[in-house]
Write a protein that binds this ligand. Structure first.
Ligand SMILES: Nc1nc2c(ncn2[C@@H]2O[C@H](COP(=O)(O)OP(=O)(O)OP(=O)(O)O)[C@@H](O)[C@H]2O)c(=O)[nH]1
Length: 455
């Protein structure tokens, strides 16, 4: 309620900035916040918003009837926006699909149309104001505010798995990190400066490349903020006549509305580009994850395990670290499958993978080599530490009971072959030695750790 009150006050205070910059964030903020926190969208919540809007108008000298008209019209628009947004699938509400921008625009049109037509009609009936004039200004003003502010509120509530997309690589690799992060935004500021300096009808478009650079670089939330800053500052620069678009001054009403709409629609391009680019990036991350992980256990598959160990070993060798390689094989796994079925066997594999993840150090590499065979590689300080980790894992698995279906409680054990070595650059010889140790463990009765030190 306080946010809406402050937003309404801000809108009232910035009114004198001129026709091109009427800033009324309250309606879009209200609809966005209600969608983000659905528990707020109660009768009390809407009543609170009504009180906040009324208070802002009354405190700044608006008459009671006029404040009532403005507040009811504003709430009508925000209500329409909320009703439409709350019916959208979550992926569109969080702006996670390219078409989300179209939904956003249509909802903004519907909301601003409802508030402007009701507000203009009431102002015409009660105060004799010109309906067309009021309707035009209100419609475009509200539309601009909805399209600029709603994305900021909605993107700020997007799920956390959205990738952080500060530029850290390729074309900016040589720039210091802070400078690299700021570069697209600095380019935007620079392009706005050039637009003010040169002027002319095309000046507004000078910022398009910088906006696209921001869209391809920053997180979605940052892009929504950048477009909001761009559209507001451009409107203010035009209305203060700093940005001279070579149109007759003072501008006619059609020119004013045309420029406002043009600037607004321009911001939809970086927004769409950001959403498409982030969606693609997420898809790529998913594909990379699926290509590197075993679906059942969630551990690295053999290919990814080989790749990660071949990257880790030279680093560990350079630091002269002692390395432990474990080969782990669940005992009599075929019997488990034959007795309780394949699905029960799967549950045993999942339980083992979970225990292995807990026992193998975080800085290690753990993977499923296939079937009931797993492998791990990690640095240790002593041979005894490697033995202790392997023994703990073996013991924990022995102590575990896997519950499967009703009254099926499965016990299983694992045999572990361990090799420790220093200075190895390649994993393959270590894996062969660990496999031999595993073979010994199986031959000596299973459910045991067999260790070989190559240091
Ligand atoms: N449930 C399940 N079984 C699998 C999977 N992959 C392989 N297996 C089975 O794992 C069993 C492995 O059996 P074996 O290689 O004979 O080894 P074992 O029975 O564990 O005997 P030892 O290793 O000598 O103790 C086979 O029956 C495979 O069909 C899987 O993803 N899920």
């Amino acid at each position: 309620m306080l946010i809406i009150f402050l937003a309404a006050l801000l809108g009232i205070v910035t009114r004198p900035l001129g026709l091109l910059s009427p800033f009324w964030p309250a309606n879009a903020l209200l609809a966005g916040l209600m969608v983000r926190n659905r528990r707020m969208a109660t009768e009390q919540g809407w009543l609170g918003a009504f009180i906040a809007l009324m208070a802002a108008d009354l405190l700044t000298g608006t008459s009671l009837i006029r404040a009532l008209v403005l507040t009811i019209a504003n709430l009508l628009g925000a209500g329409v926006a909320y009703a439409c947004l709350s019916r959208l699938p979550a992926k569109h509400v969080h702006l996670q699909r390219a078409r989300s921008v179209m939904h956003l625009v249509l909802i903004s049109v519907a909301a601003s149309f409802c508030s402007s037509i009701s507000g203009a009609l009431a102002l015409h009936q009660l105060f004799g104001m010109d309906f067309c004039d009021e309707f035009d200004v209100w419609l475009i003003g509200d539309l601009v505010n909805y399209v600029a502010i709603l994305p900021v509120v909605l993107a700020s509530s997007a799920p956390a798995q959205w990738p952080n997309r500060w530029p850290t690589h390729y074309q900016l690799a040589r720039l210091p990190q802070g400078l690299a992060q700021a570069a697209p935004f600095m380019a935007l500021v620079l392009s706005e400066g050039v637009a003010i300096w040169i002027g002319g009808p095309g000046a507004v478009m000078f910022s398009v490349p910088a906006l696209l650079w921001c869209a391809l670089t920053y997180s979605l939330f940052s892009v929504t903020l950048v477009t909001l800053i761009f559209s507001s500052s451009t409107m203010i620069a035009i209305s203060a006549h700093h940005l001279d678009l070579s149109v007759p001054w003072p501008m006619g009403k059609v020119d004013l509305q045309s420029i406002r709409l043009g600037v607004l629609l321009m911001t939809l391009t970086p927004l769409t580009v950001a959403i498409v680019s982030i969606t693609r990036q997420q898809l790529l991350i998913q594909v990379q994850y699926l290509a590197a992980h075993d679906q059942l256990s969630g551990l690295l598959n053999r290919r990814a395990f080989d790749q990660q160990t071949s990257e880790a070993l030279p680093v560990l060798s350079r630091h002269n670290r002692l390395v432990a390689v474990l080969m782990l094989d669940i005992d009599h796994f075929k019997r488990i499958n034959d007795t309780w079925g394949h699905a029960a066997g799967d549950q045993v594999l999942i339980a083992f993978a979970r225990i292995a993840q807990e026992c193998i150090p975080q800085n290690g590499v753990l993977g499923r080599m296939g079937g009931e065979e797993f492998a791990a590689l990690f640095p240790v300080d002593t041979v005894e530490e490697a033995r202790h980790i392997a023994e703990t894992l073996r013991q924990r698995f022995e102590d575990t009971t896997v519950d499967y279906a009703l009254q099926t409680r499965i016990k299983a054990t694992v045999s572990v072959g361990v090799v420790t070595a220093r200075g190895a650059e390649q994993a393959q010889p270590l894996m062969v030695q660990a496999d031999r140790a595993l073979y010994l463990a199986k031959g000596s009765g299973r459910n045991r750790v067999e260790l070989q030190n190559m240091d």
